[in-house]
Design a protein around this ligand. Structure first.
Ligand code: GAR
Length: 204
């Protein structure tokens, strides 16, 4: 049996993607464990999900730090404490800096609720609806210094249906998020992602 990888998951909210990752680890689909969950928001439901799963759940309040870099230094120190090898951003609504990225080179992933490079940034589902897109979806990507610009690992598409609201479209996208994020993590932990520039070759 191969090595069990330690994942650190960063959240700000509900943590349904965190739950999908926890469940995939528990089911043995990913050779990894969620070693810690960190939220910048104290009331994030994802912290409760972590506690219920027996995972260290930490609140690191960004407002207690003087700037993004010093906050990221605190994140790095905490992630190192738990021997984290892969950092998974799962609804973590903070811009991260090179302090975190340099500490975990090509080992920080994010999930975004759009088919990048369309609709980066906030309210991606609303952007897709207002633009009149007929197809929406989600993207798992490595994080670089830009906003939602890093090398793409996996994507999944869903239709935009007539009469969709932000809520109905988001729910359809989230179903796919919960499938592709654990899969991207599995590929990473099995050493099946080969990154060259912005191209990610996926092995089997
Ligand atoms: C997810 O839909 C994720 O794609 C999105 O936040 C949601 C978090 O849900 N992330 C972004 O918009 C990042 N730009 P969750 O807390 O239930 O996993």
């Amino acid at each position: 049996m191969g090595k069990i990888h330690n994942i650190g998951v960063l959240i700000s909210g509900s943590g349904s993607n965190l739950q999908a990752i926890i469940d995939a680890c528990a089911a043995g689909k990913i050779k990894a464990r969620v070693a810690c969950v960190i939220s910048n928001k104290e009331d994030a439901y994802g912290l409760e999900r972590a506690r219920l799963a027996g995972i260290p759940a930490l609140h690191l309040d960004h407002r207690a730090y003087t700037g993004r870099e010093s906050y990221d230094q605190a994140l790095v120190a905490t992630l190192r404490e738990f021997d984290v090898e892969l950092v998974a951003l799962a609804g973590f609504m903070r811009i991260i800096t090179p302090v975190l990225l340099d500490a975990f080179p090509m080992s920080v992933m994010n999930i975004h609720p759009a088919l990048l490079p369309s609709f980066p940034g906030l309210h991606a589902q609303r952007q897709a609806l207002e633009y009149g897109a007929k197809v929406a979806g989600c993207t798992v990507h490595f994080v670089d210094c830009g906003t939602d610009t890093g090398p793409i690992i996996l994507q999944a598409a869903v239709p935009v249906l007539e009469g969709d609201s932000e809520e109905t479209l988001s729910a359809r996208i989230q179903k796919e998020e919960h499938r592709v994020y654990p899969e991207a993590i599995r590929l990473f932990t099995e050493g099946l992602l080969d990154v060259s520039g912005r191209i990610v070759a996926v092995g089997s």
